[in-house]
Design a protein around this ligand. Structure first.
Ligand SMILES: [Zn+2]
Length: 287
């Protein structure tokens, strides 16, 4: 399926960034923290193969490697393996959610994955790589600059295949929210209650983490619960609170938009343990 769900704009054929400031896009960046620690914890123990999937970078990967006429020819693509893996994870995630929707008799529209470099035009405005991976509800696309993987790797000194997959799964969680109408309900509530804007944003992000957990359960059937526990414990160190402190030297809870590390790991784990999107109600009760 779905070669046409992947749009490769890295070859210069499409949306270059025209310069001038990009827009701030909610739903990106903050995922980085959880990812970094997931990568350290999950991958220091022996690589992707211990998680019940084949090492995507280990030669005979089954990644479909969608090609696009606008992309870079595979033989000349320095990020070929990473692209193949990203496409593979994206399509697997899409399949999982499509089936879940189907089983519940709900319509599902395909998301698209856009690979870009440096800058990109989106239905949500212009963006640079600096925002990290993100999902734009207006055009239902996940935007990914593959160089972000290198950034993760440099910070981690570890290959981050599970972590990278989790990045994509989190963004697809936002697509699920869009499909279910959650995103528009949240926007409406944010308009009606501006004082709740940030709190609602946190709940939205935590739900995407929970959906990523649901996906992880589906795909990583042999994921060692001990590894997950360690990863989740460790991720407490790198929520928005930590990231903000690094960036600004101070922590201001009013501007948290992704939740604390403890909250994020809690909700990821909830989804990962239940495998049930119904368990991801982050909008009622305490988070
Ligand atoms: Zn997000």
């Amino acid at each position: 399926m779905a070669d046409n769900d992947v749009i490769d704009e890295r070859g210069g054929g499409g949306g270059g960034f025209p310069g001038g400031g990009g827009v701030a896009i909610p739903g990106g960046l903050g995922i980085t923290g959880v990812i970094i620690f997931l990568a350290i914890q999950l991958l220091s123990g022996g690589g992707g193969s211990s998680y019940g999937v084949n090492d995507p970078f280990g030669g005979s990967s089954q990644a479909p490697g969608a090609s696009s006429p606008r992309g870079i020819p595979a033989s000349q693509d320095p990020d070929r393996d990473l692209k193949d893996f990203s496409v593979y994870v994206f399509e697997r995630t899409q399949q999982v959610w499509q089936k879940t929707f189907q089983d519940q008799g709900k319509p599902y529209q395909h998301a698209k994955l856009v690979l870009y470099r440096d800058g990109v035009q989106t239905g949500c405005g212009s963006a640079t790589s600096a925002v990290g991976p993100f999902y734009c509800p207006a055009d239902q696309r996940v935007y990914l600059d593959l160089s972000f993987y290198g950034e993760m790797q440099n910070q981690l000194h570890a290959t981050g295949d599970f972590a990278w997959a989790y990045v994509i799964a989190h963004e697809m969680g936002h697509h699920v929210q869009e499909q279910l109408g959650t995103s528009s309900q949240v926007s409406q509530q944010q308009q009606d209650h501006p004082d709740q804007r940030n709190a609602l944003s946190v709940r939205t992000e935590l739900q995407a983490d929970c959906y990523a957990g649901v996906w992880a359960k589906t795909v990583y059937k042999e994921l060692d619960p001990g590894d997950i526990n360690e990863a989740m414990n460790a991720s407490r160190a790198v929520g928005d609170d930590r990231l903000q402190k690094e960036a600004t030297g101070t922590v201001n809870p009013d501007t948290f938009t992704h939740g604390t590390s403890a909250q994020r790991s809690k909700w990821f784990k909830r989804g990962q343990q239940s495998g049930d999107p119904g368990s991801c109600d982050t909008f009622s009760g305490n988070i």
